[in-house]
Design a protein around this ligand. Structure first.
Ligand code: GLU
Length: 424
């Protein structure tokens, strides 16, 4: 039997410390009660489990898994499950905290949670992934539930993983529980539009930001880091809006063409070869250099802390759209702010996913499913309203978009907490 331990993290700084630092800054600017800040700085619950899994060769590997609930003042906790070799408990805690703010900013009735398993999903067979996911689900079965805590996809997980979680939970309960997880395949209670939702939300934010900055979408230049669920669809949507996608990347590197990349060909090439590298009609570019390209919109859509103190002064984009969670460190944030870059913060720019997760949860509870056009229209309403609320705060108080968005969110959670009162 072998045990898989967390490798040294890819993160430069402890993400939970950064998230708490961010909260303190917001609390100062918005004069949030110090007692409340104490409460909100911690996660309500963090569960660590070991996940013994039979591998295809007959050996047993023990993976480490986490499920963290940050806060439930505004509703059941909600947030994805990440499968990545570098996942740490503090990273999951930071991500859980950001989910609390994200749901609050969107005005949807959820708290925040996140989960993670330390593994490399690309190195596991489908059968191994299924066995590991089912065992993980059974280890956290008392933590999750439709009124309690509702997982969803995140980095390294997809609709199939959600199907296994849904099935394992349901088999244990003796009946189908649609509301236990979102991001499910359509045929078993998923929502139309959920897969593309995070990128759609980002598209709505980029459109609104371009209007504010007098940038015409037609011909605008866009560089996107990450070609997973967020980056790939965002590239497509930017092309649909008439923009020129000049660079794309995945974990193995990037491709660049100043005249515009053929995004449909990039999808086909990635489908055939598994990587973007080698795409015809584009030259190679590193993930680091992609971030420094001159462009109208830079969208980091992969992992945290890619824009940091070291490279922030060299970022030349006019708008940064945070498709990923936490891609900009607080130090980098200040540098971008001083340079006049318009940063669309993660809890605004990538909230489309959790918004349509909310729709999926509602549809599942009602067993009544909506048309895709209805899903997208309702998503647009919610994200655009949140953008406008954030913009108004930014204009009125002269605060950055991040501070404005986080301030609105933290105030909402603080208000719910105060209204409910401290138990007992
Ligand atoms: N993992 C996504 C996020 O970071 C989606 C969470 C959800 O739908 O619950 O927002």
């Amino acid at each position: 039997m072998t045990t898989v331990e967390a490798p040294a993290s890819h993160l430069r700084e402890n993400p939970f410390e950064l998230a708490k630092q961010q909260l303190r800054k917001v609390a100062d600017a918005f004069e949030i009660d110090a007692n409340l800040v104490e409460v909100l700085s911690e996660c309500k619950k963090a569960v660590t489990v070991s996940i013994p899994t039979r591998m295809d060769d007959g050996a047993v590997q023990v993976f480490q898994g986490y499920r963290v609930t940050h806060n439930i003042a505004r509703g059941p906790s909600k947030g994805g499950i990440r499968y990545h070799p570098d996942v740490t408990l503090d990273e999951v805690k930071a991500l859980a905290m950001w989910m609390t703010w994200k749901s609050a900013l969107m005005g949807i009735p959820f708290g925040g949670a996140k989960g993670g398993v330390v593994c490399n999903p690309k190195a596991l067979s489908r059968d191994e992934l299924e066995r590991m996911t089912r065992r993980f689900t059974s280890e956290i079965i008392n933590e999750i539930g439709p009124e309690k805590d509702i997982p969803a996809p995140d980095v390294g997980t997809d609709a199939s993983v959600m199907a296994w979680i849904f099935d394992t939970y349901s088999m244990n309960k003796g009946h189908s529980v649609l509301g236990v997880v979102t991001g499910k395949p359509i045929e078993i209670g998923g929502s139309l539009g959920r897969e593309e939702a995070t990128a759609r939300g980002a598209q709505f934010c980029v459109r609104a930001a371009m209007r504010k900055r007098d940038i015409r979408p037609n011909g605008a230049t866009v560089a996107i880091q990450g070609f997973g669920n967020v980056g790939s669809f965002l590239a497509q949507f930017m092309v649909d809006d008439g923009a020129r996608v000049i660079a794309l990347s995945d974990s193995s590197g990037g491709v660049y063409n100043r005249d515009g990349i053929d995004v449909a060909a990039a999808f086909a090439h990635k489908g055939e070869t598994g990587v973007l590298a080698g795409l015809r009609g584009a030259e190679a570019i590193s993930n680091e250099d992609l971030l420094l390209l001159e462009c109208d919109v830079l969208a980091p859509c992969a992992l945290e802390q890619v824009i940091h103190e070291g490279n922030a002064p060299e970022v030349k984009a006019r708008i940064v759209c945070e498709g990923a969670n936490g891609p900009t460190t607080p130090a980098a944030d200040e540098i971008l702010e001083d340079a006049g870059v318009l940063v669309l913060p993660d809890i605004l720019a990538n909230a489309g996913g959790v918004v349509v997760s909310y729709f999926e949860w509602v549809q599942g509870l009602q067993e009544y499913f909506w048309k895709e056009s209805e899903v997208n229209a309702k998503l647009n309403d919610i994200v655009t309203r949140a953008f406008n609320e954030t913009w108004a705060e930014h204009e009125c108080r002269g605060l950055s978009m991040r501070l404005s968005a986080y301030g609105i969110a933290v105030e909402r959670v603080a208000e719910a907490t105060t209204t409910r009162g401290l138990y007992p």
